[in-house]
Design a protein around this ligand. Structure first.
Ligand code: H2U
Ligand code: ZN
Length: 349
């Protein structure tokens, strides 16, 4: 087949999920008269007496937070999953299949500071967040009946975060989430067919090409996936072939904290405003099946913003009914993030 013109419409394959994305680079200059989001709110106080996540305050569920001084994790007062859910299944017809889904949900307040996102936390505090993620993962995976632990964060009202206090969530479920099922199958197939880990191979290719790498350090690389759907989506990979957060050594935990700080600072620097996103780790499911040898730990960051702090990408129409589509190429998005300062604009000297 003849090579295609990358300036014309083409599709790119996401080898982690087996799904395609439509890229329409000729469309980047189209006019926009659609929805504009309200600009981000003004500066936040270090402690907000009305915040249900700040130290010492009452939560919406009635409990009171301790006067915590570092990362604080608690059981979600309004959990989507409940531990006291007896296993069971019912299939009155093959088209009407349901299974009980036992599990539990936790909330992680990154620090007592109401005003400091990951990008602006002192490194020591950020290392505390990484340590809390590792501890939660280990403890929750050890619970009977837990099949997967999903660590994530919704940042910003645009992504549905219910409170500006920097926090994340952890959901531990009996079954594997859909995204993990796809990634697990694709990584196992890749290992079987090519004899190499998919993401180790990607790291080697992208490090050599360089055009989609946003930033990197001794232990981690952040890149704009070739197949990215969201305009400024990134994928963070440990350089070592690790299956789980649990396998990071002390130095790697520190490097993860540093990389996260730099990457999210670049995000905020793009429009000099808080950059909303959903982020989350995907690691090897607990239980250690041989086919999971090819599962390489990674972190996805999915930010919705497109061309300013107020204009977002929507996943509607053709994308909802057909295939996700993007205008800005992954290469130009990576170049824009790479050109920005690594230091947060609010912390400039
Ligand atoms: P989001 O901002 O990503 O929605 O996360 C906040 C979570 O915090 C949400 O799941 C929980 C909500 O149920 N929460 C509590 O557990 N206690 C509270 O007092 C308020 C919010
Ligand atoms: Zn707060």
């Amino acid at each position: 087949m003849a090579p295609f013109d990358p300036g014309r419409p083409h599709r790119r394959l996401n080898p982690l999920t087996g799904e395609w994305v439509l890229v329409s680079p000729q469309r980047t200059e189209r006019p926009w008269l659609g929805q504009v989001e309200p600009a981000a709110a003004k500066a936040l106080p270090a402690h907000d007496p009305a915040c249900y996540l700040c130290p010492g305050n009452a939560r919406a569920g009635g409990a009171r937070n301790p006067a915590y001084t570092s990362t604080f994790v608690f059981d979600n007062d309004f959990p989507a999953l409940l531990e006291a859910t007896p296993a069971g299944a019912s299939t009155p017809h093959p088209l009407l299949r349901a299974e009980a889904e036992p599990g539990l949900c936790r909330v992680i307040c990154y620090s007592p500071r109401h005003d400091l996102p990951l990008a602006r936390l002192p490194l020591e505090a950020l290392e505390g967040v990484v340590a809390a993620w590792c501890e939660e993962l280990r403890a929750l995976e050890a619970r009977p009946g837990i099949g997967y632990v999903q660590i994530f964060e919704n940042r910003g009202a645009m992504m549905g975060a219910s409170n500006p206090h920097p926090h994340g969530q952890i959901w531990a479920s009996a079954s594997l989430p859909n995204e993990v099922v796809k990634e697990r199958r694709c990584q196992a197939e890749h290992l079987r067919e090519r004899g190499r880990c998919l993401l180790c191979e990607l790291l080697a290719v992208e490090s050599a090409l360089g055009e989609r790498v946003v930033c990197a350090n001794a232990a981690f690389v952040a890149l704009l996936p070739f197949w990215a759907v969201w305009p400024f989506e990134t994928l963070v990979l440990p350089r070592r072939h690790l299956g789980s957060l649990d396998e990071l050594d002390g130095a790697e935990r520190g490097e993860l904290a540093r990389l996260l700080r730099e990457l999210t600072s670049r995000y905020d620097n793009l429009f000099r405003a808080p950059f909303p996103y959903s982020l989350g780790f995907h690691g090897r499911p607990p239980g250690g099946e041989p086919a999971d040898e090819g599962f390489h730990l990674h972190l996805h960051l999915y930010p919705p913003l497109l061309r300013s702090a107020t204009v977002r990408k929507f996943m509607v129409g053709y994308e909802l009914l057909g295939t996700p589509q993007r205008d800005l190429t992954a290469e130009s998005a990576a170049a824009r993030l790479r050109a920005l300062p690594a230091r947060h604009y609010l912390d400039e000297g």
